[in-house]
Design a binder for this molecule. Structure first.
Ligand SMILES: [Ca+2]
Ligand SMILES: [Ca+2]
Length: 234
């Protein structure tokens, strides 16, 4: 057994040596990438908001949801439910934000811009938006990790949400809103454990031709497909 342990230690030492050969500042072997893709029925509206919304704190089984069409309280105009982060695509830019849903009667801190995702790709004329997050850099409770020893994200609840215009409380009259999310009413977020190799696609959860507030969604805001993948990144 002792000899076997020595062999294992040698192997581990070789692996560490291999890592050390990677140039300083490049931590490719340590990246855990969350690849996200959403597709809408038509071309993307560059003035609209396309949100990859994540609940990462692992504390509960609630997640991000679309703000209901007829609600009196519009919160931050983007999403409701429970979440700590979203990647927002708007006017050609992808940006990761720390944010939280607003609750009626409570004052919450303003959202915080955390920079671009690890990678992103706009095929907006074809209606497809992609981004990848390095999960090893994201703090489960919200924000970016400041210490490598901070706990890793174990579980994620995600929703893909479109919003044609941000309408905030007090806006009178409210601009006609269009918003889509997973499921017929946008409240069917997906829950998954963070494991390399995980792939989740649309198996009928999200459909074209859905309605919001009694009106059929325009093609630019009507989600038709999505994909989630977790992989060790280079
Ligand atoms: Ca939907
Ligand atoms: Ca849809």
């Amino acid at each position: 057994m002792r000899r076997l342990a020595a062999v294992v230690l040698l192997a581990a030492g070789w692996l560490l040596g291999g890592c050390a050969a990677i140039p300083a500042g490049v931590q490719g072997a340590l990246r855990q990438l969350l690849d996200l893709r959403m597709t809408v029925r038509g071309a993307v509206d560059e003035n609209a908001y396309y949100l990859f919304v994540l609940d990462t704190n692992g504390r509960d089984s609630e997640g991000p949801e679309v703000i209901a069409p007829l609600t009196n309280f519009l919160g931050n105009g983007r999403a409701t439910g429970v979440y700590q982060h979203y990647v927002e695509y708007h006017q050609g830019q992808f940006e990761l934000f720390r944010d939280q849903p607003e609750q009626e009667g409570q004052v919450v801190p303003p959202r915080v811009a955390l920079g671009q995702p690890f990678s992103f790709d706009s095929g907006s004329s074809q209606g497809t938006l992609r981004c990848s997050l390095d999960l090893n850099k994201v703090e489960a409770q919200g924000g970016l990790k400041t210490n490598a020893a901070d706990p890793d994200i174990q579980q994620i609840e995600i929703n893909f949400i479109t919003v044609n215009e941000i309408v905030l409380p007090g806006s009178l009259p409210p601009t006609p809103r269009q918003s889509d999310g997973l499921g017929t009413d946008g409240t069917n977020f997906i829950t998954f454990r963070v494991n390399n190799g995980l792939v989740i696609g649309n198996t009928g959860l999200e459909q074209p031709g859905e309605f919001f507030g009694g009106q059929q969604l325009d093609a630019a805001y009507d989600l038709v497909d999505f994909r989630i993948e977790i992989r060790q990144g280079g």
